[in-house]
Design a protein around this ligand. Structure first.
Ligand SMILES: [Zn+2]
Ligand SMILES: [Zn+2]
Length: 190
C-alpha cells in the first residue's frame, strides 16, 4: 500500500513538473530574444509569434506537425538516457507528460464539437487544461498562464510572482526586445 502511494505521489509530482518545465520554456519563447536571432529566433520565437497573432492557425495544421518539435526533444532526452544507461520509469513518465504539452495545448484551441468525449471530460474535471483557462494567456498583457498542461500550476506561479522572478534573472542576461513593458526597469536589456 505504501509503495502504491509513493508511486502515485511521484506520478503527480512528475505531471506537475512537466507542466512547470513546459511553462518555463514557453515563458522563454515569449520573452527572450527576437525572431531574427540565429536558431532560437527562427525555430522557437517565430512559430510562437504566429501562434500569438493567429491562435486558431494552430488547429489548421496537422497534429503531428504541431507535435514534432516537442516529441523530437523528448525522444532525444530518452535516447540519451538509454545510451547512458540512465533510464528510469520516472524519466519515461516525465517524458510522456512533457511530450503531451503541445497536444493538450492544441486540444485547448480545438473546436469543442470535434474533440473526443474523453478529452472534454479530462478538461472538465481539471485533469488537463481547458480552453477558458488557456485563453487567459492569450488575453493582454499576455504575461501570465504560461503553463499549458494542467490548470494547477498557473494560479500558484502567477500569485507567487514566479514569472517576474524569471524576468529579473534572465532578461539582463539574454535581453527581451519584445518586452517594452519592462523598459522602465534598471535591469532591462533590449
Ligand atoms: Zn505565449
Ligand atoms: Zn495557445
Amino acid at each position: 500500500m505504501i509503495e502504491f502511494l509513493l508511486i502515485t505521489v511521484q506520478v503527480i509530482a512528475l505531471y506537475l513538473l512537466a507542466d512547470l518545465m513546459g511553462g518555463v520554456f514557453h515563458w522563454a519563447e515569449d520573452t527572450l530574444g527576437d525572431s531574427d536571432d540565429f536558431f532560437w529566433g527562427k525555430v522557437f520565437v517565430q512559430p510562437n509569434e504566429v501562434h500569438h497573432n493567429k491562435p486558431a492557425e494552430m488547429i489548421r495544421i496537422p497534429w503531428y506537425i504541431n507535435n514534432i518539435p516537442i516529441l523530437t526533444v523528448t525522444g532525444a532526452v530518452l535516447g540519451t538516457a538509454w545510451v547512458m544507461d540512465a533510464i528510469s520509469w520516472q524519466l519515461v513518465v516525465f517524458a510522456a507528460f512533457g511530450g503531451a504539452n503541445q497536444q493538450v495545448h492544441r486540444f485547448a484551441h480545438g473546436n469543442r464539437l470535434r474533440l473526443p468525449g474523453f478529452i472534454k471530460w479530462f478538461q472538465k474535471i481539471g485533469l488537463i487544461q481547458n480552453a477558458r483557462h488557456h485563453w487567459i494567456h492569450h488575453t493582454a498583457p499576455h504575461t501570465t498562464n504560461y503553463c499549458v498542461l494542467t490548470p494547477w500550476m498557473n494560479p500558484v506561479l502567477n500569485a507567487t510572482g514566479f514569472w517576474r522572478v524569471l524576468e529579473r534573472i534572465f532578461v539582463p542576461v539574454f535581453g527581451a526586445p519584445r518586452r517594452p513593458d519592462l523598459k522602465s526597469r534598471s535591469w532591462y536589456r533590449g
